[in-house]
Design a protein around this ligand. Sequence first.
Ligand code: 5GP
Length: 156
Amino acid sequence: MSLYGHYDSQNIFALILRGEAPSYKVYEDADVLAFLDVFPQSLGHILVIPKECQARNILDVEPAVLGTMMSAVQQLTRVVLDELKPDGVQIVQFNGAAAGQTVYHIHIHIIPRWDGEGLGVHAKDRADPAELETLQARLVERIHSNRLASPMLERC
Ligand code: 5GP
């Protein structure tokens, strides 16, 4: 059933969007917000969410919004590559509890990977806040120096 249902405006990402819960933002424009996953599966694990769209998963979201999200994901992946120099990057999106989804506001994971380094367990170990702050500062600085362009968005 978790694939279908009503959007819960009290989900943690909705709270973050409304400023009612804290987050380590790395990028924001009129359409998307990107912030660090506080239970990262690797160094630099970022989540990208649409701001105005009340979609729970890929079934609910307008294609234009999905396109805008992916545009931001592509640009942020370049930022991650420039700053953290991983050997690879996983782009992941879960739909429904059976697939591993735990937060029901559509989002895309950017997960840097290094040769020989395993993947952390999904949504399990909370990162050290000081390390997240340092990482946030590095990525924000890199975004500024890369002059990340705002992706276009037609609202859902
Ligand atoms: P999903 O499992 O729905 O694909 O991904 C949800 C992600 O949100 C997980 O990777 C989990 O670690 C992350 N997450 C859960 N609660 C919070 C939170 O309060 N803040 C942040 N930044 N990430 C969270």
